[in-house]
Design a protein around this ligand. Structure first.
Ligand SMILES: Cc1cc2nc3c(=O)[nH]c(=O)nc-3n(C[C@H](O)[C@H](O)[C@H](O)COP(=O)(O)OP(=O)(O)OC[C@H]3O[C@@H](n4cnc5c(N)ncnc54)[C@H](O)[C@@H]3O)c2cc1C
Length: 442
């Protein structure tokens, strides 16, 4: 029976290399974030990180998210999850490992749902880091309920004509291609009305109005990496074959989105743990350092409570996430759909986001005024963490999914299945022979 919580030694050695590499080579880039934002700074960043990417390739860790026959390394979700835990410590790390959102998810989508031509044309350049991509689904009027999306694609001969209004299309303003969720049908089952179409960003009619400044990046300027674009699609014409999956992909937009989002949620949850661990390290270090009211903070019971709660929450999130990843690997190996892991995936999405938020919040609190300043990364981590409870589906939607699935295991029962008088009557009957002679009241 396999019930093993250990990482195999060869892979652990890779992880150990990653830990040192991220700490020594990538995290130092963080404090120069303002430098990298300008177009010239972006070029400098690419020059500095090019040799780092080479090192990652030499280690055999580049673009590890796809199966080998699709150009990746076939690591599976558990190994990828362990990698993302390390990469999550620094926002720059995933791109240096060829594994950054949304490109990794989009490459995965094209791998599982694209035609061979689409894989050659867009997936391979994405894996090689030669092009950037965006997943453009949310609209100002529809997000958590995607059946309300209105952006449409109408077939006109050998072309699609796309019209609509999207926002929060992350990375669109620096992307080469946009994967756009569009309404293509009028089926009575709303989920079958949507398809995904690949739109090169420079297609006439793609009007990027702005990158929307956010709590995470209030000073963000349109065109800088990491923006969330508002886009008008105005009579955008693309070839018919750009629909993901070709003819067979029409009406399959949501089914394909699930394939993309499942692994993505594992990666998110593990990256959040990387962030949580960074905040937790600061929390513990401060507890041992700061003296106030007669002792160091580590000796105050309330602070011990934060440390114990944070540790327990993080450990629970880690085990939940790795178990979800393991289940997905089992399903994949059996040729089954990830939807059979929807409880596990839903749980880690809301639980992981909550843990991230809690741990950073406590780390800020223990630092007092220092925690509120930009002298520490905690304030920016906190602002970024708030979004985790919203993107890739808000907490509430995942809780609805989890509760619905869990409730399928139950039936209404009157009286309760554990109603003692009912069970006692049944037990008296069951053991009547043995109880013969005993006087028992009901
Ligand atoms: C940083 C960031 C990056 C993003 N990147 C992308 C991207 O790259 N591409 C993309 O397409 N989208 C992206 N999004 C959008 C994101 O996916 C949506 O914000 C999300 O799906 C929620 O949709 P909404 O914002 O329209 O909220 P709404 O649908 O308006 O929901 C608002 C709130 O209503 C509540 N709610 C909703 N449904 C239920 C329910 N059934 N029960 C109880 N309460 C409910 C929840 O609290 C929810 O937060 C991003 C968002 C953020 C914050």
């Amino acid at each position: 029976m396999a019930w093993d919580f250990q990482t195999e030694p060869e892979f652990e050695a890779k992880l150990e290399w990653m830990r040192g590499f991220v700490r020594e080579e990538i995290i130092p880039l963080e404090t120069l974030a303002d430098v990298w934002r300008t177009p010239e700074g972006r070029q400098r960043f690419l020059r500095i990180t090019a040799p780092l990417k080479e090192q990652v390739k030499q280690q055999g860790l580049w673009a590890a998210h796809l199966p080998p026959d699709m150009g990746g390394l076939g690591f599976g979700q558990v190994k990828l999850g362990l990698m993302h835990e390390i990469l999550g410590q620094c926002g720059y790390a995933p791109s240096i490992f060829g594994n950054n959102a949304p490109d990794s998810g989009n490459a995965e989508l094209l791998a599982v749902g694209g035609t061979p031509e689409q894989r050659d044309r867009w997936m391979q350049p994405l894996l090689d880091g030669k092009i950037r991509s965006c997943f453009s689904m949310t609209e100002p009027g529809a997000g958590a309920d995607p059946t309300l999306l209105t952006t449409s694609a109408v077939r006109d001969g050998e072309e699609w004509v796309i019209n609509g209004h999207k926002w929060f299309s992350s990375n669109a303003s620096i992307a080469d291609i946009l994967i756009v969720m569009v309404k293509t049908g009028d089926h009575e089952t709303p989920y079958r009305n949507y398809s995904m179409i690949v739109v090169p960003t420079n297609t006439p009619g793609v009007n990027i109005l702005r990158d929307v400044p956010t709590m995470g990046e209030p000073d963000h300027k349109t065109g800088e990496p990491g923006g969330h674009a508002e886009i008008l699609y105005e009579n955008v014409r693309v070839p018919f074959e750009n629909v993901v999956g070709g003819e067979a992909g029409i009406g399959q937009g949501f089914a394909l989105a699930q394939k993309r989002l499942g692994p993505g949620r594992i990666h998110h949850a593990m990256r959040w743990l990387g962030q949580s661990q960074r905040a937790f390290d600061l929390l513990c270090e401060r507890a041992l350092t700061r003296y106030t009211h007669g002792s160091i903070l580590a000796e105050k019971q309330m602070v011990q409570d934060w440390i114990a709660e944070s540790y327990a929450e993080m450990q629970a999130a880690r085990l939940l996430t790795l178990q979800a990843a393991w289940k997905m690997d089992q399903l994949h190996a059996a040729g089954k759909h990830y939807s059979d892991a929807r409880i596990e995936i839903g749980v880690i999405k809301f639980w992981g986001a909550k843990v991230l938020y809690n741990v950073i919040d406590r780390a800020i609190q223990i630092h007092g005024s220092l925690g509120y300043t930009t002298d520490l990364p905690l304030e920016s981590m906190y602002r970024a963490a708030r979004a985790a409870r919203i993107y890739d589906g808000p907490d509430e939607v995942h809780k609805v999914t989890v509760a619905r699935q869990v409730l399928k295991r139950y039936r209404p029962s009157e009286p309760s299945i554990d109603h003692v008088p009912t069970r006692r009557a049944a037990a008296l009957e069951k053991f009547a022979d043995a109880l013969d002679g005993l006087s028992l009241s009901h």
